[in-house]
Ligand binder design. Structure first.
Ligand code: ATP
Ligand code: MG
Length: 143
């Protein structure tokens, strides 16, 4: 499905909606460039899962873990990761087995490591306004 976001709050709200549709072991893989709102969307996922703390970009840590919601959330940023091998080195398969949600920024870097039932969230600019985004969600129906 394709959605239109006019601002950061709407992107976050869509993430919050998606959270309700996710089950243990779900992978949400983002596609879309710098500053599209992947971290904002993930903030919504965390909120929708019932996590109440702060959600920040895992740019320098590769992965941030948020526990305490309906499911744990593992938030990855693959921007600095060389390839699929580097992902397996940080324990990707263990994360998949932990019964949480893995949200993956820059999934293009590790496309071959994404499972077959991955939910893809593609965020693209729109020409009408700097803040507008088309957000395409594939692999699951929103409630
Ligand atoms: N419709 C929108 N949805 C989300 N963010 C928006 C939107 N319009 C403007 N913004 C702004 O764009 C920025 C998005 O930042 P965010 O860190 O979420 O992007 P990102 O895709 O994770 O970037 P990066 O590739 O650097 O990790 C924020 O400053 C936010 O205020
Ligand atoms: Mg980000």
């Amino acid at each position: 499905m394709e959605y239109l976001s006019h601002n950061e709050q709407e992107t976050e709200a869509l993430g919050q909606r998606l959270a309700a549709a996710l089950s243990p072991g779900a992978v949400v893989a983002y596609r879309g460039g710098l500053g599209m709102g992947k971290t904002a969307f993930t903030r919504g996922l965390a909120k929708g899962l019932g996590y109440s703390g702060r959600v920040t970009s895992p740019t320098f840590t590769i992965v941030n873990e948020y526990e305490g919601g309906r499911l744990p959330l593992f938030h990855f940023d693959m921007y600095r990761l060389a390839d699929d091998d580097a992902l397996f080195d940080i324990g990707w398969e263990d994360y998949l087995d932990r019964g949480g949600v893995c949200a993956v920024e820059w999934s293009e870097q590790v496309a071959g490591a994404m499972p077959a039932d991955t939910v893809y969230v593609t965020i693209a600019r729109r020409p009408e306004d700097d803040r507008w985004r088309t957000i395409t969600i594939e692999g699951v129906e929103l409630p």
